[in-house]
Design a binder for this molecule. Structure first.
Ligand SMILES: Nc1ncnc2c1ncn2[C@@H]1O[C@H](COP(=O)(O)OP(=O)(O)OP(=O)(O)O)[C@@H](O)[C@H]1O
Ligand SMILES: [Mg+2]
Length: 264
């Protein structure tokens, strides 16, 4: 099982759009996917047309706060191969709630230990609070969504500092990737930022880039993934390519691991 967290403490850079559409494309390609909305704004929940849960006990809040959350009860199937654990506004209080908890950053990892899907995709809030740190600690892969319109490089540097701490303290095998989002091909600035992302992240910058298209805003408003809202559109193509690259990179990692096991 891969656990992919989508993070960047900078707001509005395409995290939720990536979490929702990557999940939808992986599911459409036959992978079983659980999308966890960890943001109090509940944008991913709304984006997929799910109603807000009645209480925090029916949301991802329970994954962080309850001592034995019932994963099956929290999981809402919404399409073939695709389920969601929705968010609740109570996530705003999670830092306070966990202030005196034992192992406050390892709660999500523990809650997901019995999970039986191919991919868990986690949509993080635009902050570096407990919810995000839990997502980084639980993840096998981190995708940093980087908006190329104006590269808030400081925000990314700050995130990487925190990620380094998480890697050192609790999650040494975390792999960090960058995804360029909202790319406008005809703008010089975007090209420069894209080159910078590739320079900094090297092979861990996805070859796939997500182009800017208004269809994403419309799909979110319609409560649909880009697959259903604009089938075959370039937005759909971009996230289908990302899903393909994610699965290929995963397969490569498995092959490498197998090889080293044989070599030793
Ligand atoms: N490739 C794109 N082209 C055009 N618009 C996009 C693209 N990706 C996202 N958007 C739009 O930009 C806005 C912000 O995107 P999104 O909600 O995915 O960002 P976010 O990082 O999750 O934001 P937040 O930090 O508030 O959670 C939304 O209106 C979304 O529809
Ligand atoms: Mg979001």
């Amino acid at each position: 099982m891969q656990i992919i967290s989508i993070a960047n403490q900078k707001g509005g850079v395409g995290k939720t759009t990536t979490a929702v559409n990557l999940s939808a494309c992986l599911a459409r390609a036959g992978q079983s996917v659980l999308l966890i909305d960890l943001d109090q704004q509940a944008n991913a929940t709304q984006h997929l047309g799910l109603p807000a849960p009645d209480s925090e006990a029916d949301s991802s809040y329970a994954l962080l706060v309850e001592s034995k959350p019932n994963l099956e009860r929290l999981t809402k199937p919404i399409a073939p191969n695709l389920s969601v654990i929705p968010a609740h506004i109570a996530l705003a209080e999670v830092d306070l709630k966990l202030a005196s908890a034992v192992n406050p950053d390892g709660r999500l990892r523990r809650a997901l230990s019995d999970c039986q899907v191919d991919y868990v995709v986690i949509d993080c809030p635009p902050s570096l609070g407990r919810a995000t740190i839990n997502a980084l600690s639980a993840a096998t892969r981190l995708i940093v969504a980087v908006q190329t319109h104006w590269f808030a490089y400081e925000a990314v540097q700050r995130l990487i500092t925190i990620v380094d701490d998480v890697v050192d303290q609790s999650n040494p095998s975390l792999e960090v990737y960058a995804l360029a989002t909202m790319v406008k091909a005809n703008q010089k600035m975007d090209g420069q930022v894209l080159a910078r992302v590739r320079e900094v992240f090297g092979d861990h910058a996805f070859q796939t880039i997500i182009r800017h298209t208004v269809a994403f805003v419309e799909a979110a408003a319609a409560g649909q993934s880009i697959i259903d809202y604009a089938h075959g559109s370039r937005g759909h193509q971009d996230y289908a390519n990302l899903a393909k690259e994610v699965t290929q990179r995963y397969a490569q990692t498995i092959a490498q691991t197998d090889y080293s096991a044989v070599a030793n």
